[in-house]
Ligand binder design. Structure first.
Ligand code: CA
Length: 223
């Protein structure tokens, strides 16, 4: 999952980015409204953290423009605590949630987790398909109740595919959602991770759809 952080306070931006990376997200950072708007317009993020008070272009204008252009990406606004009108305007402008400053990073992480899973149509923090259970909060995976140890890359691939069960996900899509802008992207590495995942969670769990990508088919894993 890939997140964009738009916040002009360098310390706060860095703090959020570090916590998100620690939690396993790929993260891009923007420090003003124009840069943030451009990235959100051109890159496929799974969620965006957007400050309201930004240089060049304020957060509400950025958000309004994305929504006008049909960008449905979940957006978490950062607002000032005492400005209730910001929250109302923000939600009216198309924000999905907000956190008032100062905040605990843990709260931001929990809200981002919820936004990402809700956007994919999941109500719970545990994604289940056949024998495989993935706990988003603890980043843990079990197969038939037995814990499976995955590397962070293997986990990220499985998490993305489990979020999008029954959908064919191309290698390009996986690459775009699992790595940040600066990462040296090579879609062959995805194949390697999928190969290792299959050895750990069951050879048939992830299908290869020739020429198109990968799919976890819920019907073929139904109990
Ligand atoms: Ca600011």
């Amino acid at each position: 999952m890939r997140i964009l952080v738009v916040e002009d306070d360098k310390d706060l931006n860095g703090q959020l980015a570090a916590a998100l990376k620690e939690a396993g997200y790929a993260v891009d950072c923007a420090f003003d409204g124009e840069e943030g708007h451009f990235l959100g317009d051109t890159e496929p993020y799974d969620a965006i953290i957007l400050d309201i008070g930004l240089p060049q272009m304020d957060g509400l204008s950025v958000l309004e423009q994305w929504r006008r252009d049909g960008r449905a990406v979940p957006v978490l606004l950062l607002t000032a605590r005492d400005r209730w009108s910001d929250k109302v305007q923000g939600i009216d402008a198309g924000a999905d949630d907000y956190v008032a400053k100062p905040f605990h990073v843990e709260e931001v992480l929990a809200r981002i987790r919820a936004l990402v899973r809700r956007a994919a149509g999941h109500a719970s923090n545990e994604l289940v398909c056949g024998p495989v259970r993935l706990d988003l909060r603890a980043s843990r995976v079990t197969v038939d109740g037995n814990p499976v140890k995955l590397t962070s890359h293997e986990y990220k691939v499985l998490e993305y595919l489990m979020h999008h069960v029954d959908k064919v996900v191309s290698r390009t899509e996986l690459t775009e959602h699992l790595y940040d802008q600066d990462f040296d992207r090579d879609s062959n590495t995805i194949e390697v991770f999928v190969g290792r995942l299959r050895k750990k969670i069951g050879i048939d769990f992830i299908e290869t759809i020739r020429g198109l990508g990968y799919r976890i088919d819920s019907a073929s894993h139904a109990a």
